[in-house]
Design a binder for this molecule. Structure first.
Ligand code: PGA
Length: 266
């Protein structure tokens, strides 16, 4: 395969951790330890900490993207406790859509996720669309079928140009690897990444899809190299390890090597 020119992204998914007070401190510490050229860094704190993280980084490190972990599929209405895409204006420039924990706990279907994707892009939020199979699917070799169904469901009805323009990123997160300490292999991640590009090309009728594809699932500073050694993998969506500055420093430093190598080969 030709050397990839795709951007290298490390996104931190803080899930339901941190408060507005300690999130700003953590964001500042991580930002100071991850200033690596050419790596796109994103921090996704809980909704209530978006403003404090934004304020903490606005002066010091405005290059860090700030993302929400979810968004509602309607613009407004009687949806108690929900947050719509326009409400995130000024708070976030990225959003995670379709995380497996929301598929599991909040009943997010591929159709709903597709609607969220549209709302995100329309509001100028750069979406990280998460896909990934359950362990049982992988054990019977159905992982690509599952990811194909998730992707085609979410992408249906969206103009490729709108999603491209909106900066779509796809994160492959095998459910069995999330929060379990059991990561996929670099080869598995690369194989799925190739499959994802083919699926997107089929869905969009394109010849060469250049959507960045991240790997997520128990990524740490100790295993990130295995993923980034694969030219098909464009970075990581990091959960547990993203709350630890040492871990983030190691992960982003390794991502910087990949980013530098891609620039050199340009
Ligand atoms: P993990 O989570 O790194 O803790 O496995 C990844 C994710 O859910 O995005």
């Amino acid at each position: 395969m030709m050397p990839s020119m795709r951007e290298v992204i490390v996104a931190a998914n803080w899930k339901m951790h941190t408060s507005p007070g300690d999130a700003s401190e953590l964001a500042r510490t991580i930002s100071a330890r991850t200033r690596v050229p050419s790596v796109t860094r994103v921090i996704c704190p809980p909704f209530v900490a978006l403003a404090s993280v934004r304020d903490a980084l606005a002066q010091d490190d405005p290059d860090v993207g700030i993302g929400a972990q979810n968004v509602h599929h309607e613009l407004q209405g009687a949806y108690t406790g929900e947050i719509s895409a326009p409400m995130l204006a000024g708070l976030a420039t990225w959003v995670i859509v379709g995380h497996s924990e929301r598929r599991r706990d909040a009943g997010d279907t591929d159709e709903i996720i597709g609607l969220k994707l549209g709302r995100a892009v329309a509001a100028g939020l750069r979406p990280i669309l998460c896909v990934g199979e359950q362990l049982g699917d992988r054990e019977v070799g159905r992982q690509v079928d599952v990811v194909r169904r998730q992707l085609t469901g979410a992408l249906a009805g969206h103009a490729p140009s709108a999603l491209r323009h909106g900066g779509l990123v796809i994160a492959y997160e095998p459910v069995w690897a999330i929060g379990t300490g059991r990561n996929a292999s670099g080869q598995d991640a690369a194989a799925m990444s190739s499959a994802i590009h083919s699926i997107v090309e089929d869905a969009w009728g394109d010849t060469r899809d250049d959507t960045p594809v991240l790997y997520g699932g128990s990524v740490t500073s100790a295993n990130i190299a295995e993923f980034l050694a694969e030219s098909e993998v464009d970075g990581a969506l990091v959960g547990g390890a993203s709350l630890k500055p040492d871990e983030m420093a190691g992960i982003v430093a390794r991502a910087g090597l990949t980013a530098a190598a891609r620039h050199t080969s340009e």
